[in-house]
Design a protein around this ligand. Structure first.
Ligand code: HEM
Length: 397
């Protein structure tokens, strides 16, 4: 076609199979395979997952050039039939294509869950982190064999989000509210796994729907919606009319900007984005600290430890894939329309050229960084501390 004339094809791993492409090569740890390929093919290459073209980005430079500087082109998500249409009735924010609705909702999401809102509520975070410390001390005093801290981190994350969303908190991981949320979110995330989206790679499978998976999705989506509707009702029924995120969303609904399902699924997006990410990050950080006792003694380097935690063992190795709807050109290479564009965080975070001895947990590598991750994420990408919060216009709120 005209758009490809004169442009080179992106490098691609060998042994691509007819129809299946590289599908059978990526295995169950795609971030490791993507990083191995990046070491031989370079910081931008493409793979074929069945009928979908994926472009893997593995350097600060290429992520900055494409996802940040050409953000207008690289900010969509390739629509997912299962995770977007079935699990969230096409109303999710994080999985939404970069369309008119997304642009309308974006300022609302930033005003309710962005950094300013978190700063205004920082006293609430301090209280929850103090309670978390007490819970961890009590749990470790009670057990001889150790315990799994993730549940306590998840309780804290859930409390922070539900305090912000509806002024609700709960004391224990045995509380029915916590148990219901943990079960619903666990099932939701399990169903949303990339390996459950086979019909997106192999469109022929749409003619043979996997009814077990399909029914599980419908059931999970239904239960999640019932749960979220209960939360919204609690806010509507609150006689004191205390301010909170859901009340803000309901106000936008009264103004005719949002509809009923928007309120439900924007709340869902905040719960989904703000709980498991936090608890997974803190669990990994705990494991890294336990395995590196010498680092624990440098207690004053609080912030550096957290930044190194995001680099060393972030919550999402491959972020949330971006998409591109039109053809593009980069360094003489053709980037085909409708490709999935993956920010290989793991590959960048484990790059020796960027981080000395990347496999070591070394908080002090960030001692010289005076700007926050959020400020660095809006500057020159070659100076970023880490890529754990994504890139460009779809950056984590
Ligand atoms: C350690 C914790 C967290 C990590 C590692 C994390 C990471 C990410 C990543 C990698 C993305 C995708 C960015 C991209 O597409 O380039 C994202 C998106 C997002 N995050 Fe976070 N996140 C965290 C916590 C939170 C919290 C607490 C909230 C809200 C209260 C939140 C709200 C969102 C939203 C709404 C999006 C979707 C943005 C969009 O699609 O435009 N995240 N996050």
């Amino acid at each position: 076609s005209n758009t490809t004339r004169g442009l080179k094809k992106l490098p691609s791993p060998p042994d691509r199979l007819f129809y299946f492409g590289h599908f059978f090569q990526i295995g169950d740890k795609p971030h490791k395979k993507f990083t191995e390929w990046a070491r031989s093919l370079g910081d931008i290459y493409s793979i074929q997952l069945g009928q979908q073209n994926w472009i893997i980005l593995t350097s600060d430079k290429v992520v900055g050039e494409l996802l940040q500087k050409r953000g207008a082109k690289y900010s969509t998500r390739v629509p997912s039939h299962y995770t977007f249409k079935i699990l969230t009735r096409g109303k999710s924010y994080a999985a939404s294509p970069y369309n008119e609705r997304y642009r309308k909702i974006n300022p609302i999401m930033h005003s309710v869950s962005g950094q300013r809102s978190v700063k205004e509520n920082s006293y609430l975070l301090d209280d929850e982190y103090r309670i978390l410390m007490q819970n961890l001390c009590q749990a470790s005093a009670k057990t001889k064999d150790g315990f799994y801290p993730k549940y306590f981190f998840q309780l804290t994350a859930l409390n922070v989000i539900s305090l912000l969303c509806l002024n609700k908190r709960t004391d224990s991981i045995d509380d029915p509210f916590y148990i219901e949320f943990e079960n619903l979110m666990g099932t939701h995330l399990e169903l949303a796994k990339v390996t459950n989206r086979l019909s997106e790679y192999f469109p022929i499978l749409k003619w043979f729907p996997n009814t077990k998976l399909h029914n599980a999705m419908i059931e999970s989506a239904g239960s999640m919606e019932v749960f979220l509707r209960k939360l919204v009702k609690e806010v509507i029924d609150d006689k004191e009319k205390k301010p909170c995120i859901i009340r803000e969303l309901l106000r936008k609904k009264d103004e005719g900007i949002l509809d009923d399902l928007d309120v439900i699924y924007l709340t869902d997006s905040i719960f989904a984005a703000g709980t498991d990410t936090i608890s997974a990050s803190l669990t990994w950080l705990t494991a890294a600290l336990a395995n590196n006792p010498h680092v624990q003694s440098k207690a004053h380097q609080e912030l550096d430890r957290i930044i190194e935690g995001q680099r060393y063992c972030g919550a999402l190795y491959l972020g949330i894939p971006h998409g591109i709807e039109e053809d593009d050109e980069y360094n003489g290479y053709h980037i085909p329309a409708n490709s999935v564009v993956v920010l290989n965080q793991y590959g960048i975070h484990m790059d020796e050229k960027r981080y000395e001895n990347p496999k070591e947990f070394k908080p002090e590598r960030f001692l010289g960084f005076t700007e926050s991750s959020a400020v660095l994420a809006n500057g020159n990408y070659e100076n970023r501390d880490h890529f754990g919060f994504g890139a460009g216009r779809r950056l984590c709120t």
